[in-house]
Ligand binder design. Sequence first.
Ligand code: NAD
Ligand code: ZN
Length: 361
Amino acid sequence: RIKVHLDKRLSETHEICIGYDFQDRIGLLIAKEHPANRYVIVTDSNVSGLYGKTFLEKLRELGLPAELLEFPAGEGSKTMDTVLALTSRLLERGVDRHSLLLALGGGVVGDLTGFVASIYMRSVPFIQIPTTLMAQVDSSIGGKTAVNLPQGKNLLGTFYQPKRIFTDLKFLETLSDDEYLNGVAEIVKYGVIDEPGFFELLEREVPAIRERNLEVLKKVIEQSCRIKKGVVEIDEQESGFRRILNYGHTIGHALEASSNFTLAHGKAVALGMIAASGISVQSGYLSLEERDRIENMIRDLGLPVRIPESFPQSNVLERLQMDKKKEGSELPFVLLKKIGIPFITKGVEKSHLEKVLEEMK
Ligand code: NAD
Ligand code: ZN
């Protein structure tokens, strides 16, 4: 088994530490560099059994006053009910502003814990320990926190940065193929919107990524974190530039919602990225050759490139009209001039959209 170097520091502010099988060291770093009167691991019912309880033991062995709170795994828990349930347990245990919350889990745990940390007693510090590939390359970085409402996803939330992010590649060994692919789709997104060199690296390493080769994954995760962090540092509150991270997500979200969330996020985004590339070709920006490179890579990675027949096109178009990022009648869209050169446009022609969706059937 390949060992990955520990403590790869990306920079001083909201630093990201990437390593392999280094939970002992994470414990030590937390004890040394983040003194607190209480350490509360927040996790979900799956991660609790896999990693939560052993991590709790590690913290206790270091003499830290640690405890663990868990809630049922799944997107269904990302609600105000869970926020209130967690809050009352934090109160019962005497957690205050000198305590530290540790979000151990995927994006659901991270978004929820970050949200609670940002509002509990007008904010307590928290650390992200992401355990899904999606959380490691995307949701743990950037400080967006949220819960869902019956009216839609992520409608209540805050911008609140974790003190630190500890990414252990060891967690990826227990991830299902579907969960793994969710993260892979976000990595492709970074490959397309950042520099062509990264896209080329991903093209070369498709087989290694499919095999979860640790050495390659370390490189790819590190670069993805660097890209996300770089974008967020320019535009933390998403007033403009950060929107390039929505590449593939506008149509992706519409497909996800039209499927009643039975289509996984990563698969929806994969289709959304192909659609956005197709529209970029239609509008005369992107070459057909580059569009095909994007589609080929997505296919070779094991993600879908065709919209399932069960999707009525009109439904997808209707969903696009309801997107929460809409400004007036215009829906901002991320298109491409080239691989590595994305830009944000104020809406696309309906005829282009229809044509591209039709071609993807
Ligand atoms: P998730 O947190 O639901 O995790 C997926 C599943 O994997 C869960 O069942 C979980 O228990 C399980 N799991 C977690 N780690 C595991 C491991 N190491 N081994 C085995 N199973 C494991 O989903 P996710 O895909 O990580 O995150 C999705 C959420 O992230 C969504 O709510 C989305 O809105 C949010 N998100 C937020 C941001 C942001 O910027 N804040 C960005 C992207 C997505
Ligand atoms: Zn996404």
